[in-house]
Write a protein that binds this ligand. Sequence first.
Ligand SMILES: [Zn+2]
Length: 170
Amino acid sequence: MELVYCLCCGTRTTEQLVDGVPRARCPKCEWVHYHDPKVAAGVIIFDSKKRVLLVQRAIPPVDTWTFPGGYVDRFEDPDKAACREVFEETGMTVQTTELLGIYRAQDSPVLLLVYLGEATLKSAPPRALHECKDARYFTQEEIPWEHLSFETTLRALKESYATRAEARVE
Ligand SMILES: [Zn+2]
């Protein structure tokens, strides 16, 4: 219950229980402010040497590493949002191959959809672009496990290795 004024009519909202949850409600027009989850999407890209693509953040948490990703826009498909974020952050064109999982950190409103993906044949090599300080591939041993951006980054990366190890018999 943080919203103070009704987004519909500008009246000061009051706190009321709606569906058993305290929510900001307009006493004049009855409009209720629902805190919806935020949807984000990311892609874990492996190259042919089984190295994984990580970017170093230039935005908080600064200097930490994660796979590319970001918020999904309204009416945007999450897999396309994930590929768009990779392009914006690294200049690479990639495609998703499967959904790895959906992750949420405790007390976080963000639902993170993580895909596995691969660079297209004509993709440029990774370079640090939007909101990034660095962008490159890491072997599993080289991954900066102690400097990952989020707890969900760690969980998804670990699960991607578990999935890939079984799936990739070459
Ligand atoms: Zn109102």
